[in-house]
Structure formats: structure tokens, C-alpha cells
Design a protein around this ligand. Structure first.
Ligand SMILES: NC(=O)c1ccc[n+]([C@@H]2O[C@H](COP(=O)([O-])OP(=O)(O)OC[C@H]3O[C@@H](n4cnc5c(N)ncnc54)[C@H](O)[C@@H]3O)[C@@H](O)[C@H]2O)c1
Length: 372
């Protein structure tokens, strides 16, 4: 069996490469070595036996060459950033997926299964209920609300505080360019896959952590920024009131989820959450970073917030558990493994220490009226 892993030089892709090799697959990687992810322009984690093609997933001839004699496609390549080049997100993440199916169908390729990397981002501001008005999927909180340092998601009918639910697969509600592109990607894959009988699964990863993770994409933000600042003995800047919740998953659990849906026909033509199912507040996370590093750096709650941040994003993972997968690693182990890796690479690169300053200058981080 031969697997094509797009984005196989990246964080999740490179761990999939290792696992597929271990399982006895022949592995081909198609990766553009995007300079934002690979500043050196080198693929640093690819074993020799990998058939590596440097190229863009949106390029027809390159993708067709990469698909030659492939049984399984693992589509991990993606554009992930904060920048306002909205069309590029759709182009790289969604159009490449359409092109993949176009080539499989037009060229009658014998691909047996496609797994696409989606994201928890497809849920947007999430899923809530009001004790009076029931279930709702909110718009992102308005700038006016955030400026007043009024952080909680309110019922749109009565403006009263509401309860956050764990995110379940059936209710998506993306807003930003990345989230929209990821939902488009999985709709294309699951829809065209179904119509043409190409078994397909979409996996919506929560914040994935572990060795080799991108120090640049927005998902790894909280982890690399806190660790980077604590190592520099700088205060950990926590946005809002620090009570926003997140969901962290170990890279090995994500890899195991990919293998589980690959083996299971029952997974075909469906989307699955891949997360911990456990809620961690940003304050708890900051505190754990300090404990792990035996650091007494200050946790700074200065009334700042990030434009477009979600208040609560924790996935329910029962659907994937029903296929026999479950997350094995807790947050403490996740952080231990991340810190061991950071140490092995000599710390967090200096050029990203000032992520907070860069986000302020770009107008992504804003100051609420109660701020200092
Ligand atoms: N890391 C997370 O926490 C997380 C969470 C949710 C979803 N995801 C999704 O998982 C997938 C893998 O993410 P990751 O964290 O490994 O990212 P990453 O940035 O480490 O890896 C992505 C790889 O794709 C390559 N790439 C980018 N654009 C390309 C293009 N046009 N053509 C070919 N290659 C290209 C990059 O060079 C990089 O090697 C992505 O689809 C991402 O959207 C990741």
C-alpha cells in the first residue's frame, strides 16, 4: 500500500509519515516547504525512505504526479495564518481538495481512501444554551461587548448569560477565513467522495501539541507564547479574564485517530472530532506552564483581548470513541512532551518572542475599557 501525505513535512504530517512507515506503507510526501513553517527551506523530519516531492497541492501537474499508484491520501497541507489574504485560505485548503477529487475521478485513479485534516475551528463561537430560549449557535462576540470587558457569550433573545456545550459534529458555524476554508474542504471531500464512491473521512482536530509542532500557526499560540515568555522570565499575558476554555490533544492521539478511521469502513463519509473532551481554562494552562518550569513569572491580566477569539472551544469526542479510539494522554503529559522537545531544539526561536507586540501592532490584540 502506498500513502500520499500532503503537508507531510509539517507537524502532524511528519508524525503520520513515521507511523505509516511503521505500519509498512510506502510513503510519498507532497509539501511546498512553506517558508513560514520551514524558515530554513528544508524538510528536517523526513526519513530517507520517503518519496519526497517538493511542490504545491494547488498545482494540477504536481498533484497528479504525486497521486501516481497511491492507495490512500492523507490531506494535511493547509494555509494557516492570521493574515487578511482571505482568498488564499480558500485556494490552498478548499480548491486543492476539489482538485484532488477532480484528478481521482477524471484520471480514474484507484484511491481507496482519503482522510482530510479539518479543524475544531469549523464550530466558530460554538454551541450554547439559554435556560429560557434553549440551544443556539452565537455570532462571534461584538467588538462593543469585548471593549466593555463583557466576556461571556449571551443569549441572542434575552441577552442573559448562557451555558457552553461540548462541541458536537452536527452543528458547524464558521466565521473566519481559515474556519470557512476548512469546512469547505471537508464538505467538498465528503460530498464528492460520496457521489463518486471514494471512501472519505474528515477529522476535526482540536489544539494538537507535541514535538515538531509549528511554532508559527495560530493553534500552537497559547503553548509556545506562554512557554517562550516563561523561559525569558517575562509575564504570561492572559487575554480576557483567563476563564475562556480550550481543548488540547497529544499528537500521538491524533495519529492514532487517523489510523483508526483508515481501518474502519464505519467511519466513511463522516466528520469526527479529535480532541480531549476536557476543558482547560487559559489561566489553568498558564499556571501549569509555570509549575512545569518551576517559574514564578507573573500572570498578567491586563484587560486585553484578541479580535475573533472564541470564548469556549472544547470538543465532544464520543463519536470517535464509538469506533474504538480514545485519547490516552492528559494535559500534564502533553506539556511535558512539548517542553522536552522545546529544550531539545534550544528553546523558542527569538523571532517569535514578541508575538504579543506583533499582534498589538497588527490590531489583532486590543485593549478593553477596563484595562490598565
Ligand atoms: N496543529 C493543530 O493544532 C491543528 C488543529 C486543527 C487542524 N489542523 C490541520 O491539520 C493539518 C496539519 O497541520 P499542522 O499543524 O501539521 O501544520 P504545519 O504548518 O506544521 O504543516 C503544514 C504543512 O503543509 C505544507 N504546505 C502549506 N501549504 C502548502 C501547499 N500549498 N502545498 C503543499 N504543501 C503545503 C507546509 O509546508 C507544512 O509542511 C492542517 O490541515 C491544519 O489545518 C491542525
Amino acid at each position: 500500500m502506498r500513502v500520499l501525505i500532503t503537508g507531510g513535512a509539517g507537524f502532524i504530517g511528519s508524525h503520520l509519515v513515521d507511523r505509516f512507515l511503521k505500519e509498512g506503507f510506502q510513503v510519498r510526501v507532497l509539501d511546498s516547504l512553506d517558508r513560514k513553517v520551514h524558515p530554513s527551506g528544508q524538510a528536517t523530519h523526513l526519513p530517507r525512505e520517503v518519496d519526497f516531492i517538493r511542490g504545491d497541492v494547488t498545482d494540477r501537474d504536481t498533484l497528479l504526479a504525486a497521486l501516481k499508484d497511491v492507495d490512500v491520501v492523507s490531506h494535511q497541507a493547509a494555509y494557516q495564518d492570521y493574515m487578511p489574504d482571505f482568498s488564499r485560505f480558500l485556494h490552498v485548503n478548499a480548491v486543492s481538495t476539489a482538485l484532488l477529487y477532480e484528478l481521482i475521478v477524471q484520471e480514474k485513479l484507484q484511491v481507496k481512501k482519503v482522510i482530510v485534516a479539518s479543524s475544531q475551528a469549523v464550530y466558530g463561537e460554538g454551541q450554547y444554551s439559554c435556560s429560557v430560549h434553549g440551544f443556539f449557535q452565537p455570532h462571534p462576540r461584538s467588538q462593543d461587548q469585548l471593549f466593555r470587558a463583557d466576556w461571556d457569550v449571551k443569549c441572542p433573545e434575552c441577552n442573559q448569560p448562557s451555558n457552553a456545550h461540548l462541541l458536537t459534529e452536527e452543528n458547524t458555524n464558521p466565521y473566519n477565513q481559515y474556519a470557512v476554508s476548512k469546512l469547505a474542504e471537508e464538505k467538498i471531500a465528503l460530498g464528492i467522495g460520496w457521489l463518486h464512491g471514494i471512501p472519505t473521512v474528515a477529522l476535526r482536530y482540536s489544539i494538537t501539541q507535541g514535538p515538531r509542532q509549528s511554532l508559527f500557526n495560530q493553534y500552537s499560540g497559547v503553548c509556545r507564547i506562554f512557554v517562550g515568555r516563561a523561559l525569558q522570565r517575562e509575564p504570561l499575558i492572559v487575554y480576557e479574564d483567563g476563564l475562556q476554555t480550550r481543548d488540547f490533544i497529544h499528537i500521538d492521539d491524533v495519529v492514532a485517530a487517523n489510523l483508526r478511521v483508515l481501518e474502519s469502513d464505519d467511519a466513511n463519509f463522516q466528520a469526527f472530532n479529535v480532541g480531549s473532551g476536557k476543558s482547560t481554562t487559559v489561566l489553568e494552562y498558564a499556571d501549569l506552564v509555570r509549575k512545569k518550569l518551576s517559574s514564578d513569572v507573573e500572570i498578567s491580566l491586563g484587560g486585553e483581548y484578541r479580535r475573533g477569539d472564541n470564548r469556549n472551544s472544547v470538543s465532544k469526542v464520543d463519536k470517535l470513541k464509538r469506533l474504538g479510539w480514545r485519547p490516552k494522554y492528559d494535559l500534564s503529559t502533553i506539556l511535558d512532551d512539548f517542553l522536552t522537545w522545546v529544550e531539545s531544539i534550544g528553546g523558542i526561536p527569538a523571532q517569535i518572542h514578541d508575538a504579543h507586540g506583533a499582534m498589538r501592532r497588527a490590531g489583532v490584540v486590543l485593549q478593553a475599557s477596563n484595562g490598565r
